[in-house]
Structures are given as C-alpha cells and as structure tokens.
Ligand binder design. Sequence first.
Ligand SMILES: Nc1ncnc2c1ncn2[C@@H]1O[C@H](CO)[C@@H](O)[C@H]1OP(=O)(O)O
Ligand SMILES: [Mg+2]
Ligand SMILES: [Mg+2]
Length: 290
Amino acid sequence: MKPSGEAAAAAAPGAGPWDECFEAAVQLALRAGQIIRKALTEEKRVSTKTSAADLVTETDHLVENLIISELRKRFPSHRFIAEEAAASGAKCVLTRSPTWIIDPIDGTCNFVHRFPTVAVSIGFAVHQELEFGVIYHCTEERLYTGRRGRGAFCNSQRLQVSRETDLSKALVLTEIGPKRDPATLKLFLSNMERLLHAKAHGVRVIGSSTLALCHLASGAADAYYQFGLHCWDLAAATVIIREAGGIVMDTSGGPLDLMSCRVVAAGTREMAMLIAQALQTINYGRDDEK
Ligand SMILES: Nc1ncnc2c1ncn2[C@@H]1O[C@H](CO)[C@@H](O)[C@H]1OP(=O)(O)O
Ligand SMILES: [Mg+2]
Ligand SMILES: [Mg+2]
C-alpha cells in the first residue's frame, strides 16, 4: 500500500496536542522523499565534511532547507536541530521548547552511490521528551511513524519488535561511523568480533542508521548498536522503537542520552544489556558540545 498522510493519521485515532505537527511532518517527509527518489539516479555534486567518508550533496541541503522553511512558516516559535545546519556551525541544544530534529537524507553515502537505502527522518520533542518520529524510506515508499502512547506503524501496519533474548540467536545491526583512524577502526572491528564470538547469527551494515532502527522496530532484526551517530539519526527512530515495544538505551546500559552519540537498541531489555556488556566504548564526543 502507498503511504499517505491520511493513512498515518487513521492509524492513530484520537486528537492529541501535536497532531497538526505530526501531519506536517508526514507531508514533508513524503515530499522530501519524492525529491530524493528523483535525485538518486541523477548526477550529484558531492562534498566532504568531517572526513573523506562523511559526505554531503546539494540534495541534503535542498531537502533540509525545504523542511525547515515549511515548518518555520507554520510553527514560527518552534526550534530546530538539523544535520546540515549543525555541520555549518549551528549549536545542537535541546531546550524545553517544541523542537524538530531533522536528518534530511539518512544514508547520504548510499544516495551518492545510488544504493537504494535512503531515508528522511523527522523527530519532534517537547519538554525534552520525544513526542513523535517520522521516517520515510524513499525508494521503497515505506512510511514509518511512531507517536508517544499511540503505537508505531509502517504505512498502516502496526510494528512489533522481536522478543529474542538470546544473543546466540540474534541478528544485530550497526553502522560504521565516519572516523577511520587505526585506533577507531580497531575498536569498531573488535566490537563486531565480540558479537560474532558470542555467536550472533549475523552482523549487518546497511548504510542508514534510521532504516536499520526501523528494521529493528519491525522485528526484522534483534538489536542495533552504534557509536558516532547523532541526535538526528536517533530522535525519530527512538519513538518508533519504543512504541513498537523495544528498548533504546545508552551503551553503558543506562538511560538514553540523545546527545551522547551512542546507542544500544533491542527488542528486549535482556538483549540490549547483553550487547551493552559486550561493547568497548568508542569516544565520539557529544552533539551539544560541538
Ligand atoms: N559523520 C558521519 N559520517 C558518516 N555517517 C554518519 C555520520 N554521522 C552519522 N552517520 C550515519 O551512519 C550511517 C552510515 O554512515 C548513516 O545513517 C549516516 O547518516 P547520514 O547519511 O545522515 O550522514
Ligand atoms: Mg544520518
Ligand atoms: Mg544525513
């Protein structure tokens, strides 16, 4: 079934205070997705940011500007945290004000290579609490949504995480992150090795943290971990996973800190703790200290 704003709204009955914002997010994610889908097969101007593996294109900027300018027109008092604005020096500060947290293209490296796993991610927080998340898989036209207290959906289908608690039966997802210096790579590979020693069924890297997290919310994988992802990779997906019955926590096993650039997520708390205990920390700093 093709996603639509109406379908998403119908999936979550009852009026709530942020319904208008949620509807706006859905419409903009679909609109942005159309632009990204079209641009995927066209020539791109690619630049690098923090490293040779940290890419950005004119479409990342175009889509981010479109989403923010449309939301700002409708909700002038709201605040914004967005990937490309942050790359240009804007501070990432989550206050108690209504705040939109945006990744215009998640999977930019995939996008550059025409690998069709790319998403738009729009999260929304009020009083520093995540209210809803919208993630649109641009090429497969799958709209993932989660609203606090109202469940998580892919198009009109309700999402439910896996109930697996045994690491030796788990499919685990992760992403590589931009740092490729020898020390970071060694830690990254040794974390993967630890999970494989624990006999996890597999470890996958698909190039989009938000879509990997949506697979987890759908029960198509049992766990996800990453060091070096940002609040815009995590905000929308966190609501979707929690509303699908899953756990999102810090890699220490403590509560999630959206600004800490580290996460473990799983269908069950037992699985999340097993992953957290297996990992060595890779330090990427914090989003709110850059
Ligand atoms: N600085 C960075 N460089 C490369 N990937 C990054 C990154 N920060 C987060 N990621 C995310 O990790 C995954 C694979 O690289 C993607 O979801 C990517 O998001 P992005 O495409 O929005 O940058
Ligand atoms: Mg991203
Ligand atoms: Mg991005």
